[in-house]
Design a protein around this ligand. Structure first.
Ligand code: LLP
Length: 421
């Protein structure tokens, strides 16, 4: 469910007409709904209400300061994967004891910064990384709370580029080696083992792979406890999928997920942490773009938009499907026609959809890409020297630009010309 609906034929974001935002900020732009972000966070929070838990938003999905602050004010923790994300979380007011640090390649400097600024836990991904954390914590005269990310070798049944829980993936340590690695962790100075971490992939639309992984985590918890480790937290990662098409069967809801977690892990008495990104932000954001030209090709017609692959890379990168809807709703019964919907970038890959049925549109008309709130703005680039597009946050009948469109001068002046030129 989201808060982007038509009212008298005009698309609204909560109580603001999308066309009014376009008139104020120009197109293209991203717009997010506070009410949707809030609702999605609360769904997860309530789904885990049966026990102690912390929902750590995977901020890689959408990391604007205003989005982070919206969630942090609700009590969200953050899952960060870089020094930059850690700094963003802190800047948005998230206390260190609500930040978990994931990622396979944490550097010495990132570890030091997080230990100095405060961290809830590092989710360790390899023995070499664990040794560096031990060394840095010892140098700082402190103790680093850690979990170890285990790779449970389950098939998440999602797109190959976003599956992470098979043994062929670079993530975590093989679950078969866990006892050995936990034993080393216990022997190293500067480390405090607090739990186990697992994350098997993203856009999962079935609970079965999660359940299979979590059952392995349950068994491992008992084994590690018998070995003398203090396992008090289980970080279960993110990955719950969202409906990208309305015709699709609806993926499981956070409530179903929470009940499954209780069933598989509830008896262990651990604090549960989860790291959802896409489900919180995905359907809380639209990419709004306008039609530049309608071009009649040989046997196909093109709708050329002012947004491009640099603004939303998901279709080019993962063959992802995003619904594209007119901001002014089509009259009922109007004939739809197939279009290839493309951007202006000089690559054939700059195609958002092929043969997509659309109502009649003309130059200047606005369209909205649904489900663009997660992995949209954060994955954008300035390819073709196209400025990063503005981000707008709506709250009831108010809206604010939360990241402004840079000018060409601002972009160009980031470059420097060496003296010899
Ligand atoms: N935790 C860890 C350790 C992760 O690697 C990820 C996502 C998450 C949590 C959040 O997963 P989510 O709840 O959002 O599924 N760019 C891709 C998605 C990449 C996901 C990477 N890791 C896309 O546009 O589909």
């Amino acid at each position: 469910m989201d808060h982007f609906i038509y009212r008298d034929g005009a698309l609204f974001a909560e109580d603001v007409a999308v066309a009014d935002i376009a008139a104020a900020v120009g197109s293209p732009f991203y717009v997010y709904s506070t009410a949707t972000l809030t609702r999605h966070f609360q769904l997860f929070d309530e789904a885990l209400d049966w026990g102690p838990h912390l929902v750590c938003y995977a901020m890689k999905a959408a990391s604007n300061q205003a989005i982070l602050k919206t969630l942090a004010d609700l009590g969200a923790g953050m899952d960060v994967v870089s020094g930059g994300e850690y700094a963003r979380a802190k800047a948005a007011g998230v206390p260190g004891d609500r930040i978990v640090f994931s990622g396979v390649g944490k550097t010495h400097d990132e570890i030091r910064a997080a230990l100095s600024g405060g961290i809830r836990q590092f989710n360790v991904e390899s023995e070499p990384e664990m040794r560096v954390i031990s060394q840095v914590a010892s140098e700082l005269g402190t103790e680093a709370p850690i979990t170890i990310r285990v790779n449970p070798d389950v098939d998440a049944k999602t797109h190959a580029k976003i599956a992470t829980g098979k043994s062929e993936n670079k993530f975590g340590i093989p679950i078969s080696k866990a006892r050995e690695v936990y034993a080393e962790a216990a022997s190293l100075p500067g480390l405090r083992v607090v739990g186990i971490d697992v994350h098997i992939g993203s856009q999962l639309t079935d609970l079965a792979p999660f359940e299979a992984a979590y059952q392995k985590v349950a068994e491992l918890t008992e084994t590690l406890r018998a070995d003398g480790h203090d396992i008090t937290r289980l970080d279960l990662g993110g990955g719950l999928g969202i409906p990208y098409t309305r015709s699709n069967e609806a993926p499981p809801l956070p409530t179903d997920y929470g009940a499954m977690v209780q069933r598989t892990l509830g008896h262990l008495g651990c604090e549960i942490e989860i790291e959802p990104g896409r489900l919180i932000a995905g359907n809380a954001g639209l990419l709004v773009s306008s039609v530049i030209y309608l071009k009649n090709g040989d046997g196909r017609d093109f709708l050329i938009l002012d947004a491009a692959m640099n603004d939303l890379i998901r279709p080019a990168m993962y063959e992802a499907h995003h619904e594209i809807i007119p901001v002014q709703e089509a009259a009922p019964g109007v004939d739809l026609a197939p279009y290839d919907i493309v951007g202006p970038v000089c690559e054939s890959g700059d195609t958002f959809a092929k043969g997509r049925l659309m109502p009649p549109l003309a130059s200047g008309d606005l369209v909205a890409f649904r489900s663009a709130g997660a992995y949209g703005a954060v994955m954008s680039s300035e390819y073709n020297t196209r400025p990063l597009i503005p981000e707008v946050l709506v709250h009831g009948d108010q809206f604010a630009v939360i990241r402004a469109r840079p000018t060409f001068d601002e972009i160009i002046n980031r470059d420097t010309i060496p003296e010899w030129l």
